[in-house]
Design a protein around this ligand. Structure first.
Ligand code: FEO
Length: 398
């Protein structure tokens, strides 16, 4: 895509990534894609704010060339060192060695570690300003959004906040780069949530701190490094992030994530009866087969629902391994304080429930009920499962 002016002399120069299978080598983005948004302030002194992954170098450099001559670049602002925003830094440095890199103190050591770049690097302090001529940049320290070195850059005259990972989302840009031109708001909201839970959720406290820190900063445009640029309603993405971050410490809305695994369909049959019970009680339910769904898609449901029902059989004396993995990912992402219940099939000695209870304790999830059955469910088991679902739904609503 060509460079796009987002405010006078402030240009978006991002690139879409539709070929990387796994973001961070872990999270599937084959279908949604992702954008690496970079920005160029073309003033008396010229600055690029955040870069892109080390690919599509020609496209990235061509976008810059549409606006200015790289030989005249004065600054590269590195808000965050993670290589999705700096992968192209060494290439840029070879072409424009005169440009000074501006970053936080912690980022300086990281740049040396990742890229062996130490020359012509200047650290900036929280609140420090830099005049480019008609535009002024202010650097705001926002550690752990998403790494400890992270900062945001605020352009004071046009009131543009370059927020890097914060307020970003998965989803390559589909022609439109602005919220008011976007024809697929639900897609971006869904992918922003998935991105939030996959990448940012562990740092929810710093998110709330940063939002509080920004409350007196007048912002016309939020220009994150992934996803849509918010110029019509920047408050919308801030509010979504505030809401999602709050679920780290306060109960999310009434709803159930029903995650299950099934070897021969017995636990699945029970799952359907449990889902009938939950749904019949008027509580929304999201259902995932843990063996067939990447945790990237399961984690958001665990994050935004108050209740988690786990249905999985015993496997070799413990819990079905795909379920253990899903719960381990929940643990790694600090999804705490949910209400939970377990059901599952066993062939002879059991063991699934015991391992579930151990994992639930570690997650600090409150176990409201458990229900095991031998082999395939009987009519009586299915009735019991429906009642089990209904009672769980009523308990989390209460
Ligand atoms: Fe988009 Fe933490 O990098």
């Amino acid at each position: 895509m060509p460079a796009i002016e987002i405010r006078p002399d402030i240009h978006w120069i991002g690139v879409n990534d539709r070929t990387t299978d796994l973001f961070e080598g872990l999270w599937p983005i084959t279908q949604a894609g992702v954008s690496y948004n970079s920005y160029l302030v073309n003033d008396e002194r010229k600055a690029i704010i955040d870069l892109a992954k080390g690919f599509k170098a020609d496209e990235f450099l061509d976008q810059i060339a549409q606006v200015m001559d790289l030989a005249t670049l004065d600054y590269v602002v590195v808000n965050h060192v993670e290589p999705d925003h700096t992968g192209i830094l060494r290439t840029l440095r070879r072409i424009a060695p005169q440009a000074t890199i501006l970053c936080s103190e912690k980022a300086r050591a990281m740049l040396e570690g990742f890229y062996q770049i130490a020359e012509n690097v200047r650290t900036v302090a929280d609140g420090e300003t830099l005049s480019l001529g008609q535009h002024t940049l202010q650097f705001l320290s926002t550690p752990f959004l998403h790494w400890p070195e992270t900062m945001m850059t605020y352009e004071t005259t046009q009131q543009v906040l370059f927020s890097c990972d914060a307020f970003g989302g998965y989803g390559a840009l589909q022609g439109a780069i602005f919220d008011d031109e976007c024809l697929a708001p639900d897609f971006y909201a869904r992918e922003a949530l998935r991105y939030y839970v996959n990448i940012v959720a562990v740092f929810s406290r710093p998110v709330l701190k940063a939002i509080d820190q920004l409350k007196d900063v007048p912002v016309q445009v939020i220009a994150p490094s992934h996803g849509l640029i918010w110029r019509q309603n920047p408050g919308r993405i801030v509010e979504l992030y505030r809401q999602w971050a709050s679920y780290a410490t306060t109960p999310p809305p009434v709803g159930v994530a029903l995650i299950y695994g099934s070897m021969y369909g017995n636990s699945e049959e029970m799952m359907n009866a449990v889902a009938q019970g939950v749904s019949g009680a008027g509580v929304p339910v999201e259902i995932f087969d843990v063996a067939r769904t990447h945790s990237s898609y399961i984690l958001p449901a665990l994050w935004v629902n108050r209740g988690v029902i786990v249905g999985a059989p015993t496997y070799e004396g413990g819990l079905f391994p795909a379920m253990v993995h899903a719960l381990d990912m929940a643990e790694r992402k600090h999804i705490r304080n949910r209400k939970t219940a377990y059901f599952g099939s066993y062939g002879w000695g059991g063991g699934g429930r015991k391992e579930f209870e151990r994992l639930a304790e570690s997650l600090k999830w409150e176990v409201l009920d458990t229900f095991e059955f031998r082999g395939g469910p009987t009519e009586e088991d299915l009735e019991k499962a429906q009642e089990f679902g209904a009672q769980f739904a009523q308990a989390i609503r209460g």
